[in-house]
Design a protein around this ligand. Structure first.
Ligand code: SAH
Length: 365
């Protein structure tokens, strides 16, 4: 029995001729991740135009070149990104016009790189990172993730720390438009999900206004990464029926949030960028009705080997953050679900650091 990878009408069969079905299955798993699921639809598109291509290019050599261009070019890319109607139009246009002498159209992928752990990238993110000609990335994108970008791609750090913008937002937007118009495949790599507190919307608005094609690749947002890796389910039938993500960005020393909406029972609140305003956050939530003993946890460097969870209550979390010296990136999770981590915390990084050799280490005490 062969293991089969089904991308109908495409099929890949793997057989070990009975020698090792387990090895054949392992190989199948490997190939499953390498072959995009949309290859089946790409094959179907080719099938649909097969007769037309024979009429247009009776010479088999010319026809092969035509199809190679299709499979390596924008038409295939459109199918992979789900723009099938555009792909059909483009393929028809290419058949009608013979060759396309137009320079290749640039393209921007707005990619969510997730919370930092490279294993949490989506397959789509990895694929587009490996086909990029240029990558623009923020400071929140972990180096291990930037390392996965195609080797010869140009890497541009565009930064963005609260006070230290490496490039102002308008310049980033303008740079993406310029690179795309030069025909580049631009990957705009952002931490977490690009549409969650990531200004992804603003960036693609500029692209749309300038007629640049783009695709958005979602990522695991920090709240989901932190919840999973800290053993805190963000919703739970017994403790939280809703979950709100807010940003605790300071505005004139105060935080502008709808406190009544946040201080609700049976709700989890996740606050991004909350490290500086913790004391005020705790006070406001208590003033608006949450119990002072409501569990609260700060998750620092979520999903990374350096992850740390500092847990307390709404009343104590600000002092704990100071005494434990919690540093960004960190986020705050507030709600009864936080207490579940006593039972559910499973991620214990840092146990396998290379131990310093006794003879050259000073007394650790
Ligand atoms: N678009 C991103 C959020 C950008 S805002 C996303 O979807 O995750 C930046 C804030 O996200 C940080 O200040 C911090 O609160 C949070 N954050 C991002 N990565 C984090 C991580 N690995 N651990 C904890 N918090 C993180």
């Amino acid at each position: 029995m062969a293991s089969v990878i089904d991308r109908a009408p495409l099929q890949i069969a793997i057989s070990s001729a009975g020698n090792s079905p387990v090895l054949a299955r392992k190989l199948r798993t490997l190939l499953e991740t390498l072959v995009p699921s949309a290859y089946g639809r790409l094959a179907a598109l080719a099938g649909r135009f097969r007769d037309a291509s024979k009429r247009r290019y009776p010479d088999p050599e010319a026809r092969r070149r035509f199809w190679e261009e299709v499979m390596d070019g924008p038409v295939a890319e459109m199918v992979l990104s789900g723009r099938e109607r555009d792909a059909i139009d483009a393929l028809q246009g290419k058949l009608d016009s013979g060759t396309d002498n137009k320079p290749p159209a640039g393209y921007v992928y707005l990619v969510g790189g997730g919370p930092g752990n490279p294993e949490l990238l989506t397959l789509r993110a990895l694929r587009v990172m490996q086909s990029a000609s240029v990558v623009l990335y923020d400071h929140l994108v972990a180096p291990a993730i930037v390392d996965l970008v195609r080797r010869d791609a140009e890497r541009i750090y565009v930064g963005k720390q609260a006070s230290n913008h490496a490039l102002p937002q308008q310049d980033i937007n303008a740079l993406m438009v310029r690179l795309a118009k030069e025909g580049k495949r631009v990957v705009r790599l952002k931490g977490g999900d690009p549409f969650i507190f990531g200004r992804g919307g603003e960036e693609i608005e500029t692209l749309a206004a300038n007629g640049v094609s783009f695709e958005v690749v979602p990522g695991i947002t920090a709240a989901c990464g932190a919840g999973a890796f800290a053993g805190i389910p963000l919703t739970h039938r017994d403790y939280a029926h809703s979950c709100v993500f807010v940003t605790g960005h300071l505005k004139d020393g105060s935080i502008d949030l709808d406190w009544d909406a946040l201080a609700r029972p049976m709700q989890t609140v996740v606050i991004y960028m909350g490290v500086h305003g913790l004391a005020m956050l705790g006070k406001q939530l208590i003033a608006h009705g949450l119990a002072a003993r409501t569990p609260a946890a700060l998750v620092e460097k979520a999903t990374l080997p350096g992850q740390r969870v500092v847990a307390g209550t709404l009343a104590t979390i600000a002092d704990l953050a100071a005494s434990e010296n919690v540093r960004p990136p960190a986020l705050l999770i507030v709600g009864e679900v936080v207490a579940l981590r006593d039972k559910l915390a499973w991620y214990q990084p840092g146990r396998l650091e290379a131990a310093p050799r006794a003879e050259n280490t000073p007394n650790p005490a």
